[in-house]
Ligand binder design. Structure first.
Ligand code: BG6
Ligand code: MG
Length: 220
């Protein structure tokens, strides 16, 4: 029985996945190689450092620790410039309606994000007041697909993992939630998120009753 929902941030509640992609692409180009949207799928949900490591392996490049630090700093500076201009309009369609409905229905909500920039985004968009708990990259030490971020979220909500459903747009995030023993709802396309228990193209029209129905139809 689901009593709490944990939301990933980038690409689920807010339209920031494209900013991450743009910033990583600029970094790749400055290092002399190209980086496609398809390749970017592997970076989704993954921490800043782990993302850099994947990007470098794609470009077949090795950097010293100092160079890595400065590459991450430059990517992040770029990214922060983009999200610093966000407004509530950066909230993805359907997200606010769902969060409001969950609050009214007594379903607990938490954020489960790998991003260290989550506080800035929550502030810029006004999303903070719809969340009962916030776990972000400033509190975690292990990147998705490690379940840490979602287990901390369940703990904050005082729920068992089995009582939580996770919304994720990243394959690594779906895996993390499953590693935590939680039900998963993918946001995106089947070919990228084929392991999710249920799948939606986006949050538009996703209501608690739609969710309850889909969850009760799952094999147990
Ligand atoms: C995740 C994004 O939410 O956060 C990743 O999907 C990103 O693309 C990760 O790398 C870490 O974010 P940040 O803001 O701490 O660099
Ligand atoms: Mg995401």
């Amino acid at each position: 029985n689901i009593k709490g929902i944990i939301f990933d941030l980038d690409g689920v509640l807010v339209d920031t996945a494209r900013y991450h992609f743009q910033a990583w692409r600029q970094l790749a180009e400055s290092l002399g190689f190209s980086f496609t949207e398809e390749e970017n799928e592997r970076l989704k949900g993954v921490s800043r450092r782990a993302s850099l490591e994947i990007l470098l392996s794609m470009g077949k490049l090795t950097l010293s620790e100092d160079e890595k630090e400065s590459a991450m700093a430059s990517k992040n500076k770029n990214y922060v410039e983009m999200i610093g201009k966000m407004t509530p309009e950066g909230i993805l369609p359907g997200a606010l309606d769902l969060l409001k409905e969950l609050k009214q229905s007594g379903i607990k909500t938490a954020l489960g994000s790998a991003s260290k920039n989550a506080p800035l985004i929550l502030e810029r968009t006004g999303l903070a007041r719809y969340l009962d708990a916030v776990v972000d990259g400033n509190r975690t030490s292990r990147a998705k697909p490690d379940p840490e971020v979602f287990l901390l979220g369940a703990g904050d909500l005082k729920l068992e993992p089995g009582e939580c459903l996770v919304f994720e747009d990243a394959a690594a995030g779906i895996e993390a939630a499953q590693n935590a023993g939680m039900k998963t709802a993918g946001i995106g396309r089947k070919n990228q998120l084929n392991r999710a228990d249920i799948l939606f193209p986006n949050l538009q029209g996703v209501t608690w009753s739609v969710l309850s129905k889909k969850l009760s139809d799952l094999p147990r």
